[in-house]
Design a binder for this molecule. Structure first.
Ligand code: UDP
Ligand code: MN
Length: 498
């Protein structure tokens, strides 16, 4: 069988690029990264990038202070001096800045014509840089990202990712969306740039001066989170464009947990998202507060300078962005004109009147830290179906409506039912409205266990699947019931479908 990825590979190999005259500064920030992983990243950049296109590699140590790994800075310094050419330079921030200010720090030291940001645990693939530079040469306001392939965090095995693009939900969480219908019709469509409403985060290329022209990053953001959506909104709303270049591929190690917190335990994702929301969302900020009522009274520092920047650059409204860049996003209370949505959410809503059930909300149930969601193995009407993980997409098979009785009803048809012992698997059954094995307890946000009181067990994934949890190509991992304290008891994100 010829898969989309095989087709892509052969098409990319025959691509011809114009003469490339822009060189690059690759900026890699790290904080308590295992040095061997960092060196791996640098080696791949040196091996896979034509020397004349690689102006420098800037390693920015964000004042690593981990005790487990010894003195990281000294180890990196010594290794860089001995093993890498002079164009690889090690820099260090004065104090821990967080990835946003660390990237700005690196960008200010860079002298190449194109900045390429990478995480410290990547492996760039063959011909990764040429298509990125070629696209920026066409237009300096194009900000481009590679396809982010998956490196297994246990085995470092490299697997390719499907063709998807970046979106977000009203909780201001980044998510992958499938491509709009009809995007991939001809062979050329597979190698053409894909317009993307948002970027995932750490991996992108941007012309150096353009990065500063459009306001680099919001330096008021701390440690981690939200900066990817902020820069995405800004690029689109202020005259640029964000694209995924399918022939450029970079592997990234998806970790289950980040090996760090924020210095004072602050929830930087919320803080940073609030800053982005107050600067860019206009009245749509109310949709954010609707799903995050807790965030309404959280402080977010001074965004005055960022709001002035937006005025100065005469950027478009968020309404414009939604209409022109991300019409697929459902705006609560507004009719969606998307056929795909009519298929799923619309149908669910119309069916609602025939049921007496009291639905609280509809979710995708995503394995935390992965791109995989709980899906039925057969049709949503098929009683006895078991559950498995599959790349998150808004198909009926992944839309779980939660009722006021704690039921989880797939496509508002059948209930998730726990077996009585962990020897059997959870299945879809006719809803009986009597609680018991159909009653589930969970929080409706991220990182929650999913507990069945009657069975005394939690939703988990079979342990053979755990190792590959971030790998969307190794989907089909069965969902099982397990003792809640067991390692196979998973944490899940309840991703609300607006
Ligand atoms: N990073 C940093 N300072 C921090 C936190 C992270 O320089 O305070 C670096 C980190 O080492 C990595 C990049 O920023 O190279 C992105 O962070 P991470 O990989 O943890 O984010 P994720 O990929 O999990 O979203
Ligand atoms: Mn990372």
């Amino acid at each position: 069988m010829v898969t989309a990825n095989m087709l892509l590979m052969s098409l990319c190999q025959t691509q011809e690029y114009p003469k490339l005259y822009l060189n690059t500064s690759v900026i890699i920030c790290f904080y308590n990264e295992d040095p061997s992983t960092l060196f791996r990243t640098v080696h791949s950049v040196l091996d896979q990038t034509p020397a004349e296109l690689l102006h420098e590699v800037l390693l920015v140590d964000d004042s690593s202070d981990g005790e487990l790994l010894g003195n990281i800075h000294n180890e990196v310094e010594e290794f860089v001096g001995k093993n890498f050419p002079p164009k690889v330079q090690l820099l260090k921030t004065m104090k821990r800045e967080g990835l946003i200010r660390a990237r700005i720090f690196g960008a200010k030291k860079a002298t190449g014509q194109v900045l390429i940001f990478l995480d410290s645990h990547c492996e760039v693939n063959r011909e990764w840089v040429q298509p990125l530079i070629a696209r920026i040469q066409e237009n300096r306001t194009f900000v481009v990202t590679p396809i982010i392939d998956i490196i297994n965090s246990d085995t470092f095995q490299y697997t390719s990712s499907p063709l998807v693009r970046g979106g977000f939900n009203w909780g201001l969480h980044f998510k992958w969306d499938s491509l709009p219908d009809d995007t991939l019709k001809t062979n050329e469509d597979f190698v053409k740039p894909i317009l993307s409403p948002t970027m995932a985060g750490g991996l992108f290329a941007i012309e150096r001066e353009y990065f500063f022209d459009i306001g680099e990053y919001d330096a008021g953001m701390n440690v981690w989170g939200g900066e990817n959506l902020e820069i995405s909104f800004r690029i689109w709303m202020c005259g640029g464009r964000l694209e995924i270049i399918p022939c450029s591929r970079v592997g990234h190690v998806f970790r289950r947990r980040r090996p760090y917190g924020s210095p004072n335990g602050e929830d930087t994702m919320t803080y940073n998202s609030l800053r982005a929301a107050h600067v860019w969302l206009d009245d749509y900020i109310e949709h954010f507060f609707h799903v995050r009522p807790d965030a309404r009274h959280v402080s977010y520092g001074d965004v005055g300078p960022r709001q002035r920047l937006r005025r100065l650059m005469k950027c478009q409204s968020f309404d414009w962005y939604l209409k022109n860049v991300y019409p697929e996003l459902t705006v609560p209370g507004k009719e969606s004109n998307q056929t795909a949505k009519k298929e799923t959410i619309g149908k669910l809503q119309s069916r609602r009147k025939y049921h007496k059930k009291n639905y609280v909300a509809t979710y995708q149930i995503k394995l935390s830290g992965s791109r995989l969601c709980v899906e039925s193995d057969k049709e949503v009407t098929s009683k006895g179906s078991t559950l498995l993980l599959s790349v998150c997409s808004r198909t009926k098979k992944q839309l779980w409506s939660v009722t006021d009785k704690g039921e989880m009803v797939l496509a508002q048809m059948l209930c998730m039912e726990s077996p009585e012992s962990s020897k059997q698997k959870p299945r879809l059954s006719k809803c009986h409205e009597m609680g018991g094995l159909q009653e589930w307890k969970h929080h409706d946000d991220i990182d929650t266990p999913v507990y069945n009181i009657a069975a005394g067990l939690c939703l988990g994934i079979s342990s053979s699947g755990i190792k590959d949890f971030a790998n969307p190509n190794l989907d089909n991992t069965p969902v099982i019931m397990t003792v809640c304290t067991d390692t196979s008891a998973a944490k899940w994100d309840f991703v609300k479908i607006p």
